[in-house]
Design a protein around this ligand. Structure first.
Ligand SMILES: C[S@@+](CC[C@H](N)C(=O)[O-])C[C@H]1O[C@@H](n2cnc3c(N)ncnc32)[C@H](O)[C@@H]1O
Length: 332
């Protein structure tokens, strides 16, 4: 007899990075929730058969959510990021975390595993008080949860994708079901890394609108740094007052503020000029297929959604570790 497929639900589902990783790890996605119309449009395109509840998580009733083996939640991270407000749970966006234990308390049957994703600084910020809060809330909701079930990982080290992007995954195991928390972080990658040139398409001119006009006030600054740079095939990023070359064959962390304006998208040079990375290239650095993006979502929104997304391949690794723990427990 073959075991029934494992099931998952996603809170803060965005355009579906977590969901795509879970699906690749063999989970059947039962439902998802997000309140951003653009994120929901992108999610629907990728997962047309998943029940997508497009509403504010604060208005969701846990009793209405279907039973699942795993609940995934990549809750908003701006308030916990070193580059963000650092207001933590005092920021209304940071406070959305509390919706997770609330919903767990209301659900008719609790998921056996809860898998959270955020920025690594969540573990250390406010002298550890943020992490203490997460631990207290998850334990209070009926889960085994400890630092050993947390995985701080960089996309460049754990996957074959050449992006420098550090994230934190945290897995909690239902006390009623597990005798202890069986989550163990995935092993380091052993395969090679995809070359930047395999993602950056210099074979043909990009979208004319992606090229920086030579009279743009940043053009000379970017061009000069590129001229002096280690490699003309590297990716360059405009910081507040300088241009940074990303070395070692990597793409810098792709962030949601790419959607705010053209200059937040990293630049590359090709024979036609200096241009922004295209949406299709950014998608690949995050582990998405370019075709997964809906054409009717505006380009700046697509950049924002991609920058906000959980890297699909990282999510897949974390989800696979959870699936192994669930299957091992079923065999006991
Ligand atoms: C970091 S992104 C999540 C990325 C996503 N987990 C993934 O797998 O790619 C955070 C998400 O939380 C959503 N969000 C923010 N406030 C919300 C709210 N009040 N209710 C529901 N979703 C919300 C945002 O729209 C955004 O998509």
């Amino acid at each position: 007899m073959t075991a029934a497929p494992l099931t998952a639900g996603c809170l803060f589902s965005g355009m579906g990075g977590f969901a795509a990783g879970l699906a690749a790890a063999g989970f059947d996605i039962q439902w998802a929730n997000d309140n951003d119309p653009h994120a929901c449009a992108a999610f629907r395109r990728r997962f047309p058969n998943v029940q997508l509840i497009e509403q504010d998580v604060r208005t969701l009733a846990g009793e209405s959510l279907g039973q699942v083996d795993l609940l995934a939640a990549g809750f908003p991270c701006q308030s916990f990021s070193q580059a963000g407000s650092r207001l933590g749970f005092n920021d209304p966006r940071g406070g959305l975390f509390f919706e997770i234990p609330r919903l767990l308390g209301e659900m008719n049957a609790k998921p056996r595993v809860v898998l959270l994703e955020n920025v690594p600084h969540l573990m250390y910020g406010a002298d550890g008080a943020w992490f203490d809060t997460v631990r207290r809330e998850l334990r209070g909701a009926g889960y085994w949860f400890h630092e050993s079930a947390c995985w701080t990982v960089n996309v460049k080290d754990a996957t074959d994708l050449p992006q420098d992007r550090e994230r934190l995954f945290m897995a909690a195991a239902l006390r009623e079901y597990f005798a202890y928390n069986p989550f163990s972080p995935p092993l380091p990658r052993t395969n090679g890394r995809i070359h930047l040139d395999a993602i950056i398409d210099r074979s043909a001119p990009g979208d004319p609108a992606a090229y920086l006009p030579s009279d743009n006030r940043y053009y000379r600054m970017i061009e000069r740094t590129m001229d002096r740079g280690e490699s003309k095939r590297n990716i360059y990023q405009l910081r507040r007052s300088y241009v940074r070359e990303k070395k070692d064959g990597l793409c810098p962390t792709l962030t949601a503020n790419m959607g705010v304006g053209g200059h937040n998208v990293p630049f590359v040079r090709d024979q036609w000029g200096i241009r922004r990375l295209s949406v299709a290239e950014v998608a690949q650095f995050q582990g998405f297929e370019p075709a997964e993006l809906p054409a009717d979502v505006q380009e700046h929104e697509q950049y924002r959604l991609l920058g906000n997304a959980v890297c699909v391949k990282l999510a897949q690794l974390a989800a696979t570790a959870c699936a192994s723990a669930l299957h091992a427990e079923e065999r006991r």
